[in-house]
Design a protein around this ligand. Structure first.
Ligand code: NI
Length: 156
């Protein structure tokens, strides 16, 4: 397992549409392990989509502090309400801005056991799901930003 390089904005791969995962095999499991390590390795990451490590597959890892979610082939079933909060992206370091996202979102996805399951997210989880699913369609938060903000970078 390994920490992978995070693709930065400007690389074409971030603008492409990712492909559905057809079969859950060792390659997929290994990629999730790497994505997990890469996200946690960043310290401040709460989500990472496969295109951000250069792989155009519909796979996401999320951990907003409620445990790790490994998400395959997500589909948004419902979204409602609106929230305007500051977000950033591991592929766009040092850039932060306010983005409108749904306040509540219901996503259906395949888990690593191959089952289709549903998750309901509100607030931060709703925002994170929306942000990461956008990555699978080549959309970056800077495409939707309402207002950029200056944030003090956390220095170790
Ligand atoms: Ni991102």
């Amino acid at each position: 397992m390994a920490i992978r390089n995070i693709v930065k904005k400007g690389d074409d791969v971030l603008r492409k549409k990712s492909k559905e995962v057809k079969e859950i095999n060792d390659k997929i499991r290994d990629l999730f392990e790497d994505m997990k390590e890469t996200m946690y390795g960043c310290g401040n990451g709460i989500g990472l989509a496969a295109p951000q490590v250069g792989i155009l597959k519909r796979m996401i890892v999320i951990d907003v502090g409620e445990g790790l979610m490994e998400i395959i082939n997500p589909v948004i079933l419902e979204q409602e309400g609106e929230q305007l909060e500051v977000e950033g992206c591991l592929s766009i370091p040092g850039v932060y801005g306010e983005v409108k996202r749904p306040e509540r979102i219901v996503v259906e996805y395949t888990n690593l056991d191959g089952e289709r399951v549903k998750v309901e997210g509100r607030d931060l989880l709703a925002r994170c799901l929306s942000h990461e699913i956008d990555h699978l369609d080549g959309i970056l938060f800077t495409d939707k930003v309402v207002r950029y903000v200056e944030l003090e970078e956390e220095k170790e």
